[in-house]
Design a protein around this ligand. Structure first.
Ligand SMILES: *Cc1c(COP(=O)(O)O)cnc(C)c1O
Length: 389
């Protein structure tokens, strides 16, 4: 085994920074003996709602559950279609299938890796009930156009924000190409992803921008009825204990995780800014490197991943070389959702998504990564991409 010199993600520097606060929070919960829906859950929900500028935030057990509960709270189920991106983690489409609806895949824009609004319209049928954009790698999707399509066709919008906690939409997405109305863009400017559609779903999986030390997730909405339903669904479909009204889930956010996340939330802006700086440094160092396309430093992007495209069929070779040199890197995601064994053969192809699945490579990024480590990654990338120079 090669020694790992630079991992793809290192959570230790962050923990060092907040260790004392986290341990105090954990001890406080342990001493209180209130582990299920303890006071920290409600306080964290209030703090998130305030930060995001949204009416309701409902803690749940995972990002996947946030999507499932969000869909069900919107009334989506059997016989319905939900248009989403093929280019995401499987939890996106899985949540749609698991509520009994059908995921329909609209191809992506190669610059943003996000769902291409132009492709959405062509997929709308009489059964379409919602659009589920994913703000992949932390980059806001083309929300103005998506909202306009949703309004035109009477569709709900549920945002998969698992990778975009803290990302704001500024109406400047390249994939939009100015097709949306100025007034729509203006009305959404500066809003956090997750607060633009009907429902936002977040994940607190440890590696996410706001990560717990275990599983966790959150549903956010401005709609009172959707919020009430989501609150019921997370506790077995009951508003009042032992008066179960609908089939729900056991999907509460752990009090311990809520207490840890309360420590972390105030640091999030600083950490996201750190990620943007890392991305900027990478982009500067990679500016004259041929054979790759570096990501856009899009407004509001919080760089959950820093993902380049490696051209000319060289991705796997580059990945292998980086691995041999002790550099962690990952392919998110090698197989688009529509091509996974669970759906294979059921969907028409989405060529851009298929192509990018062979090109994407995510490089080491975390807020505290040192500049010399970024320089090492780039040096080794250059060695493999331009061996003669
Ligand atoms: C992580 C992730 C999820 C699922 O979140 P979990 O908390 O792991 O259930 C859903 N969608 C996307 C895009 C993700 O990256």
């Amino acid at each position: 085994m090669t020694e790992i010199k630079i991992p793809v993600l290192d959570l230790k520097p962050q923990y060092e920074q907040i260790k004392d606060e986290v341990q105090a929070a954990i001890n406080r919960v342990l001493e209180s003996g209130r582990f299920i829906m303890g006071p920290d859950v409600k306080l964290f929900e209030q703090e998130v709602a305030e930060y995001l500028g949204i009416k309701h935030a409902i803690g749940v057990n995972s990002g996947t559950d946030a999507l499932v509960i969000g869909l069900r709270a919107l009334g989506i189920g059997e016989g319905d279609e939900v248009i989403t991106t093929p280019f995401s983690f499987f939890a996106t489409a899985e949540s749609i299938s698991n509520v009994g609806a059908k995921p329909v895949f609209a191809d992506i824009d190669p610059r943003s890796f996000n769902i291409d609004p132009k492709e959405i319209k062509a997929k709308i049928t009489s059964r379409t009930k919602a659009i589920m954009p994913v703000h992949l790698y932390g980059q806001p999707a083309a929300m103005a156009q998506i909202i306009e399509i949703a309004q035109e066709y009477g569709l709900k919008v549920i945002e998969d924000c698992a990778q975009s906690f803290g990302a704001r939409y500024w109406g400047t997405c390249s994939s939009c190409d100015g097709h949306c109305q100025e007034s729509t863009r203006e009305s959404l400017r500066g809003k956090f992803t997750g607060t633009i559609g009907d429902v936002g779903a977040y994940s607190f999986f440890p590696s996410k921008n706001l990560g717990a030390y275990g599983d966790g997730g959150m549903v956010v909405t401005n709609d009172d009825q959707v919020a009430e339903m989501a609150r019921m669904l997370r506790v077995h479909g009951a508003k009042k204990k032992y008066h179960n009204e609908v089939l729900g889930y056991n999907s509460r956010l752990d009090t311990l995780q809520a207490a840890i996340l309360r420590v972390k939330l105030p640091y999030l802006e600083q950490w996201n800014e750190g990620r943007r700086q890392v991305a900027k440094t990478y982009n500067e160092l990679l500016a004259d490197v041929e054979g790759i396309i570096a990501p856009e430093l899009a407004d509001g992007h919080v760089f959950h991943q820093y993902t380049i495209r490696v051209l000319d069929g060289k991705r796997d070779q580059v990945k292998e070389y980086l691995g041999e040199q002790g550099i962690g890197c990952m392919v998110y995601y090698p197989v688009p959702q529509d091509q996974l064994p669970v759906y294979k053969g059921k969907y028409p192809s989405t060529p851009t998504s298929d192509l990018l699945g062979t090109e994407v490579l995510s490089l080491p990024i975390w807020p505290e990564i040192e500049k010399f480590n970024i320089e090492s990654v780039v040096k080794i990338l250059k060695q493999v991409l331009a061996p003669e120079s």
